[in-house]
Design a protein around this ligand. Structure first.
Ligand SMILES: [Zn+2]
Ligand SMILES: [Zn+2]
Length: 167
């Protein structure tokens, strides 16, 4: 644990960019997919090996590696498992792997931070509003109801008198 330097890169196929858990499986994959003679299905070990085989046995010229992605079809390159991969492609691979792991870390961080910002403004304004409602309510409760005024009128009192009584 602890030392991150010289992290072993996970095996991958230079010809088709596939990942592999084990370099042995990668080599089997390369022999089956990229170094196999399309005429007699013999599995060779490298691109040049395949080209020489086809030339010598079948009198055929092969100019690109079978099943390879564009730009990775160079039959002259002697690649076996993870050996022989051009330096620039190894560096590019390392860079894309680092970018991927950084991006997934960023996503995780964003999810963790999300509930820090809100909430603070809600409680403040509502408290004065509650205080303002209460005096209105008690004022209305003290005011005489229409029914009370009507019963006073029925008793024969004038409105002027009622006002005077209330004041
Ligand atoms: Zn491959
Ligand atoms: Zn053959």
């Amino acid at each position: 644990m602890g030392r991150k330097k010289k992290k072993q890169m996970k095996p991958w196929c230079w010809y088709c960019n596939r990942d592999f858990d084990d370099e042995k499986i990668l080599i089997q994959h390369q022999k089956a997919k990229h170094f196999k003679c399309h005429i007699c299905h013999k599995k060779l070990y490298t691109g040049p090996g395949l080209a020489i085989h086809c030339m010598q046995v079948h009198k055929e010229t092969i100019d690109s590696v079978p099943n390879a992605i564009p730009g990775r079809t160079d039959i002259e390159l002697e690649i076996y498992g993870m050996e022989g991969i051009p330096d620039k492609d190894m560096q590019e691979r390392r860079r894309t792997l680092e970018q991927k792991s950084q991006e997934s870390q960023k996503k995780k961080n964003n999810q963790d931070d999300s509930d820090d910002d809100d909430d603070d403004d809600e409680a403040g304004p509502s408290a004065p509003q509650v205080a303002a409602v209460q005096p209105q309510a008690s004022y209305a409760a003290q005011w005489p109801s229409l029914g009370f005024l009507r019963s006073l009128a029925l008793l024969g009192c004038h409105l002027e008198d009622i006002k005077e009584c209330l004041l």
